[in-house]
Design a protein. Structure first.
Length: 135
């Protein structure tokens, strides 16, 4: 298990676990396992992203088998993080990173941790384990 540290990232911190259950909620069309897709370990928060008419799902990801890079730089005033940039995510993937993890906040101001997938390997894990909880 490797942790890459780059400018804008916290010094080597990583989240570890066996099969970690993560959640994704979407108030629009749900595409499972696309580059840049966000997950959280806060099921209630993911469910609020889905809203009353959206889709809510869970995945089981073995974070120990993936390269996870923890990044800082979330701006509460603009609700933006470096990992919102496709270029930032592409550069991380080119370094061998599978998932970027950072503090985030929902549109309603609920704080949570975001795991953002950036590699084909992480996307494959998501597709292989996704379970739709509500749609």
């Amino acid at each position: 298990h490797r942790v890459w540290v780059s400018p804008g990232c916290i010094g080597g911190a990583t989240h570890r676990g066996h099969n970690d259950t993560l959640y994704h909620g979407s108030h629009t069309r749900l595409t499972i396992g696309h580059e840049g897709q966000c997950f959280t370990d806060d099921a209630d928060c993911a469910e609020t992203y889905a809203g009353g008419r959206g889709v809510f799902m869970s995945v089981e990801i073995d974070l120990d088998s993936l390269t996870v890079e923890e990044c800082d730089g979330y701006d509460r005033d603009t609700n933006e993080a470096p990992a919102d940039s496709a270029e930032f995510r592409a550069a991380a993937a080119a370094r061998g990173v599978d998932i970027l993890v950072y503090d985030d906040e929902s549109e309603s101001g609920r704080q949570h941790t975001c795991w953002r997938i950036v590699s084909a390997r992480a996307m494959a894990d998501v597709v292989a384990t996704a379970v739709i909880i509500a749609d």
